[in-house]
Ligand binder design. Sequence first.
Ligand SMILES: Nc1ncnc2c1ncn2[C@@H]1O[C@H](COP(=O)(O)OP(=O)(O)O)[C@@H](O)[C@H]1O
Ligand SMILES: [Mg+2]
Length: 193
Amino acid sequence: MKRVILITGTPCVGKTTTAKALAAKLNAEYINLTDFAKTYNLTLGEDKERDTIIINEEAMQQKLSKVIDASENTNIVVDGHYASAVTPTEHVALDFVLRRNPKELKQLMEKCGYSGTKMWENLQAEIIDVCLGEAVEAHGGKVCELDVTGKSTEAVVEEIMDVLEKRKTCFVGIVDWLGMLEREGLTDEYLKI
Ligand SMILES: Nc1ncnc2c1ncn2[C@@H]1O[C@H](COP(=O)(O)OP(=O)(O)O)[C@@H](O)[C@H]1O
Ligand SMILES: [Mg+2]
């Protein structure tokens, strides 16, 4: 029986850093969906305006299923912001959605080289819980939301291990960025697009 662990969330939230550290800890196979799409040519083209590739989700779902089934490793960590949409539910053990305070996320996005419309669109996606919604829609009771704001990678990996080893239960609905921004008078700035 395979244990497939999804690490999803808004771009720049810290998925790849966290997923690689988790995979190392578990001795798991690590699958980065951006690389996976390129390796197996699972793209439909380029979204030039957003400077990003368009994924053929159906083809990716099928290929991912095969790769998971064929893997010799029991533990598989899947990293990608559309991980929820393309990983078949029967394979998924837990779907971790990383969340980060938009004020902190904005700084990481700037560090990643995001700016302008692309940055504000992605921040907006974090604020209105887009990845969480997709995870819940796809994998209901298997979703675990983690607020990683201000936490080290080691601390986040520890939290994930606590959940995997049942020392901790997890929840959805743990953050309210919209309420936070409203209380701080930042709604107009962060939702200006
Ligand atoms: N726990 C963390 N604390 C501080 N910075 C982090 C943390 N995790 C990742 N980062 C930084 O945030 C940026 C985005 O991380 P990355 O793992 O590439 O995100 P993603 O894969 O979600 O796009 C990188 O500059 C990375 O060094
Ligand atoms: Mg990444």
